[in-house]
Design a protein around this ligand. Structure first.
Ligand code: DGJ
Length: 384
């Protein structure tokens, strides 16, 4: 009997050991502590009291899999390689409940931030109402007393209702006859977009908000960055001190630049933004921007991805830039490899984000670990 127990313990230890990962393997299945591929797509990471928390869309198999059937899945980790399943942090409301977040809605790109003033964990996500495709274009907030949840739904928003962005000229506040009929992508249309044709259209209900992220700055102020104006222009908006609403201060980024999937980081006082173009679930070439202020002006830079498959960002789309705790200038670019036919299979591309001067760089690595950030001048080195 004793012998059997010993063998059993040995087998258990072996299994535990087998699942200990010591490196990232971008694009490979990524098992959690139970051996199940992580289910946290369009995700973001919160570092809180010595632990990382990963939040993302819980997808299911099959054609319904990209609509929210379950909610937001949470995992936690000490080392970023090994993730413990913490379950569903935010659950969709029951079908037929009439709630904005009822089962079957679209709930994408959840991001969680911690508010020191209120002691609450605040989750934001892109919300589309059930049965309405992507027309609602709302952003929504839920809160919890614990990082792992459960998060309670607060409300959704169209940001910037009744507020003009910074630097919006007086003469742009009136509708321009014929602006709605301008042919897209013509010089006249670009000018009209830059001078607020879509902003005027959505001034009263509030601006559209689709792909989004939330960023907390060093001074504790938080910002919501989302694809707006029919995905043509990104909007950056300041959150209220409790991070649960908007102050009304906002600005545009790259008008008519057609950017999605915003991910932000700050290095040496400069803000860096990585985005994608807009091609649905298909990957495209990433873009990058730098600015000295979150309010802009944002200077466009090059595609940060280099080498083979740079034109599809290694077959992925950005979701978050994760600063590694305790390491200076150590950033992980997190992206999704979408599999829309069977969304649960979606893969994760995590790569070190390095810098050549101001230019963010991504270089493919089949396998890499955090020690690459300890190499001298990691800014110019690539992963092995
Ligand atoms: C691309 C976005 O980045 C995703 O989050 C999702 O909204 C898809 N488009 C839907 O086609």
């Amino acid at each position: 009997m004793k012998h059997l127990l010993f063998l059993g313990l040995l087998a258990l230890a072996g299994a535990t050991q087998a699942q200990q990962r010591t490196a990232f393997a971008p694009g490979q299945p990524w098992p959690d502590n139970k051996g199940t591929h992580l289910n946290a797509h369009g995700g973001g990471v919160l570092y809180d009291q010595g632990r990382y928390y990963l939040y993302g869309e819980h997808k299911i198999a099959g054609p319904k899999g990209n609509s929210a059937q379950v909610g937001v899945h949470c995992y936690s980790s000490k080392d970023l390689y090994n993730w413990q399943d913490e379950g569903i942090a935010f659950a969709v409301a029951p079908e037929g409940s009439g709630s904005e977040v009822e089962k079957g809605c679209v709930l994408e790109r959840p991001k969680v931030v911690y508010n020191k003033q209120t002691g609450k964990y605040v989750m934001w996500f892109h919300l589309e109402l059930k049965g309405k495709g992507y027309e609602a274009a709302r952003t929504a907030v839920a809160v919890s007393d614990k990082a792992t949840g459960p998060y309670q739904y607060v409300r959704s928003y169209r940001p910037g209702a009744g507020q003009w962005p910074l630097g919006f000229k007086e003469e742009w506040k009136q509708p321009v006859p014929g602006e709605k009929d301008l042919k897209w992508w013509t010089p006249a249309w670009y000018k009209a977009v830059a001078e607020g044709s879509f902003i005027r259209r959505d001034f009263e209900p509030g601006q559209m908000a689709r792909d989004m992220t939330v960023y907390v700055d060093d001074d504790g102020k938080a910002y919501h960055i989302a694809s707006s104006e029919d995905n043509l222009t990104l909007h950056v908006a300041e959150l209220t001190p409790d991070y649960q609403g908007f102050t009304g201060k906002w600005n545009t980024i790259a008008p008519a630049g057609h950017n999605e999937a915003p991910a932000l980081c700050k290095k040496d006082g400069k803000y860096y933004l990585i985005t994608s173009g807009c091609t649905g679930w298909d990957p495209n070439a990433a873009r990058s921007f730098v600015s000295s202020s979150i309010w802009g002006p944002w200077q466009p830079l090059a595609n940060p991805a280099t080498g083979p498959q740079a034109n599809t960002t290694f077959n992925s789309q950005s979701t978050y830039i994760l600063p590694v705790a305790g390491k200076k200038d150590a950033f992980i670019f997190m992206a999704d490899r979408w599999t829309p036919k069977n969304p649960i299979d979606g893969g994760y591309i995590w790569l070190p984000l390095t810098f050549d001067g101001f230019q963010p760089r991504l270089t493919w690595a089949d396998k890499w670990d955090l020690s690459m950030f300890d190499q001298p001048k990691n800014g110019t080195k690539t992963a092995q």
